[in-house]
Write a protein that binds this ligand. Structure first.
Ligand code: AHM
Ligand code: MG
Length: 333
């Protein structure tokens, strides 16, 4: 029988990679893994129970919140709270973020978590993959003091870990601590994430381009030209490419990570900074993709180098196989 390695075992083994580690980051990752299993359970029965549909509220961007968004947000925050290793959570669902440091629970917590609890939530109702995206930083200010902007507005290069969970035909957790990327598939029969995709590498090129072409007329000229390039026939470069766009960033990125491709959410005339959020969508995904050998840019700068100005900042995103990202950049010049 081949041996199974669970996420918990793997995290403990890898703890030795961090000289300063006292097990806190490992516990934090474990807490996220536990909440992911609970969200997986709800996502999987979403069609059965009255958990579908609008929650009746709007989130901080005026987008209507689905019940499962709220549920996932609650699960992750509650897991982080009871784990005690996280002092502040920046979540898509909370305008000011959530301060967890309080008497007793997280007062010695050293970590900041940025999270999109349920990404691609418009896909829930139609049984299409959704995801969770998270990013972890060490706080800069001293433990025991108030969490400051300096703590939660760190550049992506300062992430100590990042990952996503895809609730797809199977549920997977993919994460990095800056030493490569590893993927774990949930085996529901034993309730464990098991190492299924060790040392993931994105192909340097591919055939897939992922972009919402419905916004075509609002795209910058360079992006329009790149789309044209993808559609043209050319044997040498294996074109035309294939267009694939799910509308859940996690699912689009996951597929492209495995097969090679480029995911683009550019600025448009309607949204000059694009749609996706830097702190809990683009930075964690950029960290993972770079760790897998790919590239992530806004079109003018490396995503991980951006100095954030606000929690919910949006940035344009061009993420994926290095050669394909470079090609987009050529057109944008
Ligand atoms: P959400 O976090 O509100 O679900 O939105 C983020 C999602 C991404 O997952 C996806 O890539 C993008 O928004 C799709 O947007 P659009 O419908 O404009 O193409
Ligand atoms: Mg999102």
């Amino acid at each position: 029988m081949s041996s199974i390695k669970t996420l918990g075992q793997f995290i403990i083994e890898k703890q030795a990679d961090f000289p300063y580690a006292k097990g806190e980051l490992s516990r934090l990752l474990r807490d996220i893994g536990i909440a992911a299993k609970i969200v997986h359970r709800e996502v999987n029965k979403a069609g059965l129970v009255d958990i579908l549909g609008d929650h009746g509220n709007q989130n901080v961007f005026g987008e209507s919140q689905k019940k499962l968004d709220v549920y996932a947000d609650e699960q992750f925050i509650s897991a982080l709270k009871s784990g005690g290793e996280c002092c502040f959570v920046a979540s898509e669902e909370h305008e000011e973020g959530v301060v967890l440091v309080d008497e007793g629970i997280s007062k010695n917590a050293k970590y900041i978590v940025c999270i999109d609890p349920l990404d691609g939530s418009s896909n829930i109702e139609v049984n299409v993959s959704v995801g969770t995206i998270f990013s972890i930083y060490r706080r800069k200010s001293e433990v025991g003091h108030k969490v400051t902007e300096e703590d939660f507005l760190q550049r992506g290069v300062e992430q100590v870990a990042a990952g996503y969970i895809i609730y797809g035909s199977s549920t997977m957790l993919v994460y990095t601590t800056g030493k490569g990327v590893n993927g774990f598939t949930l085996d529901p029969s034993i309730g464990e994430f098991c190492l299924s995709h060790p040392n993931m590498k994105i192909p340097s090129s591919g055939k897939i381009y992922s972009i919402n072409e419905g916004n075509y007329v609002k795209f910058p000229q360079g992006i329009k030209q790149f789309i044209k390039y993808c559609q043209e026939e050319d044997k040498a470069t294996n074109r035309p490419y294939t267009s694939r766009y799910i509308g859940s960033m996690v699912a689009d990125i996951h597929r492209n990570l495995l097969l090679g491709g480029v995911f683009i959410y550019p600025q448009t005339s309607a949204q000059p900074n694009g749609k996706l959020r830097l702190m809990y969508e683009c930075n964690p995904i950029a960290f993972i993709v770079e760790q897998a050998g790919g590239k992530a840019t806004t079109g003018t700068e490396r995503i991980l180098d951006i100095k954030p100005k606000e929690l919910h900042q949006r940035v344009p995103a061009i993420i994926g196989s290095t050669e394909m990202v470079d090609k987009v950049l050529e057109f944008l010049k």
